[in-house]
Design a protein around this ligand. Structure first.
Ligand code: 5RP
Length: 223
């Protein structure tokens, strides 16, 4: 099975979390795109979708799926999104697609976060994927120096401007043994909008496609 088929397995499985009449948050990236395609085929009569990026909004609209404004939306029962790394405690690294800030906002506004991925994202600990940090362009050099003081090696992501008009620094070398502490520490640097550690807002359920079938883990059992 190729990676796309494994992602598709997880994306299809996430459909079972969508009920008619719901508001559904939708993530960004190739696995989320497969989920959107599955939504297009399933035609569940939801109230609407809250998109975590302009790309996701465009894909939803291209399939005729209704998009809602987060500011005009109350309760979001469920958010579905991919990840770059998933640890055994449902903590994530996200932002490979540069949409980490809006993703974290929608995930935090949702009651349940269902993370969908192929099982290459399953890691014993976070930290091999370079950590994306969204930075206001004015503060780029200052923030980079602060990240070096934290032990990191930041690299500016070339030719990328986020949906919020900012830049991304991809940072290797940080000690993520306490992901929550590092998430908070980086976000306390003036000029940082957010970073791709999802430790304060973890996933509640992880669905991973694997060669031997779907792996489904829920945070309350951590099975
Ligand atoms: O965080 C993300 C985008 O900002 C994506 O969810 C993450 O990069 C995983 O992407 P893919 O589903 O393409 O493997």
């Amino acid at each position: 099975m190729d990676v796309r088929a494994l992602k598709e397995m997880a994306a299809e499985a996430a459909l079972s979390y969508i009920q008619p009449g719901m508001v559904v948050g939708v993530g960004t990236g190739s696995t989320s795109n497969l989920f959107i395609d599955a939504l297009g085929r399933a035609q569940i009569h939801v109230e609407g979708y809250v998109a975590s990026s302009l790309a996701t909004e465009a894909r939803l609209k291209s399939l005729g799926l209704p998009v809602l404004d987060l500011n005009a939306t109350g309760d979001i029962p469920v958010y579905i999104d991919g990840a770059d790394e998933i640890d055994p405690h449902f903590r994530l690294i996200k932002g490979g697609g540069g949409a980490l800030t809006r993703e974290k906002i929608v995930a935090s506004a949702a009651r349940r976060f269902i993370c969908i991925a192929d099982n290459s994202k399953d890691k014993p600990a976070l930290g091999s994927f370079p950590l994306p940090v969204e930075v206001i362009p004015f503060a780029r050099s200052f923030v980079a120096r602060q990240l070096v003081k934290l032990g990191g090696s930041p690299v500016l992501r070339k030719d990328v401007t986020t949906d919020n008009g900012n830049v991304i620094l991809d940072v290797t070398g940080l000690d993520l043994t306490d992901p929550l502490a590092m998430e908070m520490r980086i976000n306390s640097i003036p000029g940082v909008l957010d970073n791709g550690i999802f430790a304060q807002r973890r996933a509640d359920v992880v669905l991973m496609g694997s060669e031997s079938g779907l792996i489904s883990r829920a945070a309350d059992t951590q099975a």
